[in-house]
Design a protein around this ligand. Structure first.
Ligand code: NAD
Length: 489
């Protein structure tokens, strides 16, 4: 790529005048050199006798060895969960709730330690793991603790009962938060669990086992098995599973749906997305630009509901693009442990290659690329914030989920055209609308085929607010009353 001219904004703010001193977070993440499987309330060596390394995307250093669970290990986890089910589901709801409150408080107590571990293992900026992942994970346990003794109100008089043993498989982009989204409602409802974290980010789930132990959770109620796709497939196919809850790619989601077809098991799928963030000409543009930046660059764009397609009204397109370029030139890309970092590391080399491949396709297909000048660390996996303008609907960067810090910009002239373009995707997870007019927000929200529509904001999450998709973004909801329903029969 030819050398790019220095951006005036960056030059003025950070360039020759001054730079920030490094501000690394120094709390001890308390990571063990080796982790076994957490089955029946204690760690044990895998029957498979195999381990795999967990590598930090920050600098490619090895953080720990993680046990690889084979079919016999997964079976042991299910047997433990099945044995724990009668006593756990038989507890009065208020008693189960006390365990969830305890878990939430213990997580708060150890928030800093967990935030550092999450950042080292996954690559996200420490300010995000500290200010978003940890508080929201704790909030999920607090919120669902409140449901545990109110289950009879969920059914409006119809009795509800827990499902049994639930198998849960989660992705790498929000490891601890996805764990909380899965465990909290399942436990509140009285189910027991076999959970599999993603292979590149197992550490906070394994550390979380000590929170469960400290909270006094009875053995077998939560079992954590680690490994890659084959372990996930063993969790999904196990005959003791009453329900499978999966968050991950649409491709794997479809394979799981095929595997469970014809069985009586419940299934919820939280899959990919390609959300439209729609900016009308009457929107407050400075706020919209902040929302666009947050929508796509939060967690390096490793976000299922990322606002990865910007639809901007033609009358303000040039102005929005100019402001966006100025703004992203000020983003700090680099060491995720530094408290000033805005964009940390890409989770894996594989993901970095995927981002590079899709960006190359955008250039080849004729879109105009913009990347601000930024110096990336020599070690580790990093990618600069990237804008594509002049994108047409047929481009791969407009259709495929990139799952990286890459924004595709399209334009529209009328609200109807905005709706047609926004809905022209296989996905249906989320959308954003930026306008001064409340009536237009409601008109748009009515027509957007998306599970979540944010208005004049983006990426807002609350445990009381159900989250989930339509179309190839999956089905079922997490959070709120609807999320509780998906763990009850
Ligand atoms: P992935 O589908 O590759 O992996 C997700 C999990 O499934 C991992 O734990 C993995 O080991 C496991 N897995 C892989 N193959 C499996 C198989 N055949 N059977 C059972 N389990 C298997 O996805 P990923 O790359 O880890 O995560 C990124 C994807 O997750 C993106 O598409 C993103 O949009 C999606 N995601 C969705 C949500 C949501 O709420 N909708 C949230 C976060 C991430």
């Amino acid at each position: 790529m030819p050398a790019k001219p220095k951006s005036p904004a960056r030059e003025l703010l950070f360039g020759d005048l001054w730079t920030y001193d490094p501000a690394p977070e120094t709390a001890d993440p308390n990571i063990s050199a080796r982790y076994g499987l957490f089955i029946n309330g204690r760690f044990s060596a895998p029957k498979s006798r195999k381990y795999f390394p967990s590598v930090s995307p920050r600098d490619e250093s090895k953080l720990a060895e993680i046990a690889l669970a084979g079919p016999a290990d997964v079976d042991a986890a299910y047997q433990a969960a099945a044995a724990a089910f009668p006593a756990w589901s038989g507890l009065p709801g208020a008693e189960r709730g006390k365990f969830l409150y305890r878990i939430a408080r213990l997580l708060q107590d150890r928030a800093r330690e967990f935030a550092v571990a999450e950042t080292l293992d996954g690559g996200k900026p420490i300010k995000e793991s500290r200010d978003f992942d940890l508080p929201v994970a704790a909030a999920h346990f607090f919120y669902h603790a409140g449901w545990a003794d109110k289950l009879e109100y969920l059914g409006h008089g119809k009795p509800v009962r827990p499902l049994g043993v639930v198998g849960q498989v989660i992705p790498w982009n929000f490891p601890l938060l996805m764990l909380a989204w899965k465990l909290a409602p399942a436990l509140a409802a009285g189910n027991t669990v076999v959970l599999k974290p993603a292979e590149t980010t197992s550490i906070t789930a394994l550390k979380f086992a000590s929170v469960l132990t400290d909270a006094g959770l009875p053995p077998g109620v939560v079992n954590i098995v680690t490994g890659a796709g084959e372990t996930g497939a063993a969790v999904v196919r196990h005959p003791l599973a009453s329900k499978i809850a999966f968050t991950g790619s649409t491709e794997v989601g479809k394979a799981i749906q095929r595997a469970l077809a014809g069985t009586d098991r419940k299934l919820t799928l939280e899959l990919g997305g390609k959300a439209a963030n729609i900016v009308f000409g009457d929107a407050p543009l400075d706020q919209a630009v902040e929302g666009i930046v947050n929508g796509i660059f939060f967690n390096q764009g490793h976000v299922c509901c990322a606002g990865s397609r910007l639809l901007v009204q033609e009358s303000v397109a040039a102005e929005v693009l100019a402001r966006l370029k100025r703004r992203i030139a000020t983003l700090r890309v680099g060491d995720p442990l530094d408290k000033n970092t805005d964009l940390g590391a890409i989770n894996s080399r594989e993901q970095l290659d995927r981002i590079r491949g899709l960006v190359a396709s955008g250039v080849e297909e004729g879109a105009t690329i913009y990347q601000p000048e930024c110096r990336l660390p020599a070690k580790g996996w990093y990618y600069p914030p990237t804008l594509f303008s002049g994108v047409s609907q047929s481009h791969r960067v407009a259709n495929e989920e990139i799952f990286g810090p890459v924004l595709s910009i399209l334009t529209f002239r009328t609200p109807q055209e905005a709706i047609e373009k926004a809905n022209n995707t296989a996905y249906g997870l989320s959308a954003g609308v930026w306008t001064d007019k409340g009536s237009r927000i409601l008109w748009m929200a009515d027509r957007l085929k998306a599970g979540v529509v944010w208005a004049n904001t983006y990426n807002k999450f609350d445990p009381a607010s159900p989250f989930g998709g339509f179309k190839e973004s999956g089905f079922g909801r997490e959070g709120g009353r609807q999320g509780m329903w998906d763990y009850l029969g």
